[in-house]
Design a protein around this ligand. Structure first.
Ligand SMILES: [Zn+2]
Length: 206
């Protein structure tokens, strides 16, 4: 199951907010969404790309059994996440699957930059809220992710043909490593406008 808040009626175009969560948080999330907007359970839009068919077999990592093609693993972490997320969801990639895939340059090539960055941010940095911005007028799509409210935000946006990740500190008003994305002003205006979504979510009392 996946949750997307649809902020219909607020403005056009429709903004969707996929939220990345742990099992124990599901009930809290449901309550939050119910209080803040409509609840949808669509397939998560950032689905994993298909790996080549020859990966449809059993792989081993330590004591775990995996199928890379199906993105399944026998570990407890995976089993718990599977209670929330459908097969094919980026958030179902456990460390074992990640290490196995990333140790093969051939397989790495089959996964797009954005998916790979989001997998890493969720798996290793606990980024558990992700906001998608689709700005029709500016013809711009980008994502903003955070682990908590208040300081650093990751911005995923295109630089030329490739997706890149940039990090912005709201407290220090600066980009990390002075790496500034294209359309900086539009992105920061959007973030400031939507900052309450992060605030409400992370500071919710439930
Ligand atoms: Zn695993």
């Amino acid at each position: 199951m996946t949750f997307i808040i649809d902020l219909r009626g607020e403005e056009k175009p429709i903004k969707k907010v996929p939220i990345l969560m742990d099992v124990k948080e599901v009930q809290k999330l449901k309550k939050y969404i119910a209080n803040n907007g409509a609840l949808f359970i669509p397939p998560y839009e950032l689905e994993l790309p298909k790996l080549p068919e020859w990966t449809n077999r059993v792989y081993y990592y330590k004591q775990y059994k995996m199928n890379l093609y199906q993105f399944t693993c026998s570990c407890e972490w995976w089993k718990n996440k599977r209670k929330i997320y459908p097969v094919g969801d980026l958030r179902l990639v456990c460390k074992h699957l990640y290490y196995k895939i990333s140790s093969s340059s051939k397989l790495l090539e089959t996964i797009d930059d954005l998916s790979l960055m989001l997998i890493k941010s969720y798996l290793f940095h606990g980024e558990n809220m992700l906001l998608k911005a689709v700005l029709a007028k500016e013809k711009l799509t980008f994502y903003i992710g955070a682990r908590y409210f208040g300081d650093w935000y990751n911005v995923y946006t295109k630089a030329g043909d490739n997706w890149k990740r940039y990090s912005y500190s709201m407290l220090e008003k600066r980009w990390s490593y002075d790496r500034v994305p294209e359309h900086e002003k539009i992105i920061l205006d959007y973030l400031k406008k939507k900052i309450n979504l992060f605030k409400n979510y992370f500071n919710r009392k439930d």
